[in-house]
Design a binder for this molecule. Structure first.
Ligand code: NAP
Ligand code: FE
Length: 366
């Protein structure tokens, strides 16, 4: 058995963990940029907790609250310019994956005064100023991954930047998830599930990533009833948050697989939430890997399900998977994916055009 393992992020887990560990922030400097979406960080109390902690430690701060879902490069450049002007020392990203991913890219622009947005996709060696991540969805695991996925309007899709930026600290406090609207809770939880499944079944999976996946699947299984009933106890919320971070650990070692690669265009063109896009492709993906594959069997067993079909029914119960793709669209997206053969090298089999076509075709549930 041989593998490499690297995960440099310090995790602080528990209710009120920011206020109880405010002294850690001082390690990163005296001038912080708080990066959030429009309103959720205010509503769920995370922004207030961060401000109280910064004030307690006499750290100056500026708030940038313009990050939208599926963040684009233009907004990141705007925040980067503000950060450069203000000589920001470190960033605190609060939110779902969008503000946390954005923080990593903004941090690169602040650290590298001569870098611009083109460097995100050509210069893998760039570093960032320190990033503190505070997830408020139980979905992306971005607090524990080196990835930042940005929207590229020029290519009508989304793509991860090349520099690998792990946050310095992830503060995991499930209480911020209590304000999640029901559909965001489901979409983001399913994103975490798809990270677990894709990491486990992709070519780079190894002993360590598989251990994270199996623990994550156990936690996810314990939240499935809540996802169906849309009722979440504190205990379930904490499990969902931890499952998401474990999934982040796993994909930080392996990356994701075909559903993520194929789903980005559906998010861009069809407006599907990220978790929804992955979920509607999952049945076709797992059928490609094969129901007899041992790893697929293990996934189903951990989730207490008997077949890929049952998993698909669960996903349809908790998410809106009513998207229908026309024959023309299926062929268009298939051809787009085939233009980048590297995207197919994520599974240990020779993936053909027909395979990709079938995965897109499986989006149509009827
Ligand atoms: P998100 O796009 O960050 O946020 C979705 C929505 O949820 C926003 O409207 C946000 O409001 C709201 N929201 C967030 N937390 C909330 C809370 N606690 N209460 C109420 N509303 C809340 O969602 P996400 O699914 O977590 O992130 C998706 C992004 O992450 C995508 O761009 C995806 O590609 C990326 N991603 C990254 C990785 C990685 O490893 N880095 C992995 C997978 C996915 P506000 O806008 O007001 O905040
Ligand atoms: Fe994802």
């Amino acid at each position: 058995m041989g593998f490499n393992y690297f995960m440099p992020t310090k995790l602080i887990v528990g209710k009120d963990c920011i206020s109880e560990n405010s002294q850690l922030l001082k390690t990163y400097g005296n001038n912080a940029l708080i990066v959030t979406g429009k309103s959720s960080a205010k509503i769920n109390g995370a922004e207030k907790d961060v401000i109280n902690a910064l004030e307690k430690e006499n750290i100056a701060y500026t708030i940038f609250n313009e990050i939208t879902e599926n963040p684009d490069v233009e907004t990141i450049v705007k925040a980067g310019n503000i950060g450069r002007e203000l000589n920001i020392d470190f960033i605190i990203g609060i939110g779902g994956g969008s503000p946390i991913d954005a923080s990593k890219a903004i941090g690169i622009l602040i650290k590298n005064i001569n870098a611009n947005e083109n460097d995100f996709y050509s210069n893998p060696n760039l570093k960032s100023i320190p990033i503190i991540a505070i997830p408020t969805t139980g979905g992306t695991g971005s607090e524990a991954t080196p990835y930042a996925i940005l929207t590229l309007h020029s290519k009508r899709t989304k793509a991860s930047i090349m520099p690998q930026i792990f946050p310095e600290i992830g503060f995991l406090d499930y209480k911020y998830m209590k304000s999640l609207p029901s559909h965001v809770m489901s979409n983001t939880a399913v994103d975490a599930l798809t990270h677990l499944i894709e990491s486990y079944t992709c070519v780079k999976s190894n002993f360590m990533s598989d251990e994270f996946v199996l623990s994550g699947l156990k936690l996810f299984a314990e939240s499935m009833e809540s996802l169906k009933n849309k009722k979440y106890s504190d205990e379930v919320l904490e499990k969902m948050l931890l499952a998401s971070t474990l999934a982040g650990f796993a994909i930080s070692q392996t990356k994701t697989s075909l559903p993520h690669a194929l789903g980005y265009m559906l998010t861009y063109d069809k407006g599907l939430a990220h978790g929804q896009a992955n979920a509607c492709l999952m049945k076709g993906y797992l059928e490609l890997i094969g129901e007899e594959n041992n790893k697929v069997k293990n996934i189903l067993k951990e989730l207490g399900l008997n077949s890929i079909q049952e998993l698909d029914l669960f996903l349809q119960e908790v998410l809106d998977l009513s998207l229908v793709l026309s024959e023309e669209e299926i062929n268009f997206y298939t051809d787009k994916i085939m233009e980048t053969p590297a995207k197919l090298e994520v599974v240990s089999m020779n993936v053909t055009r027909e395979n990709i076509y079938n995965i897109y075709k499986s989006v149509n549930k009827k």
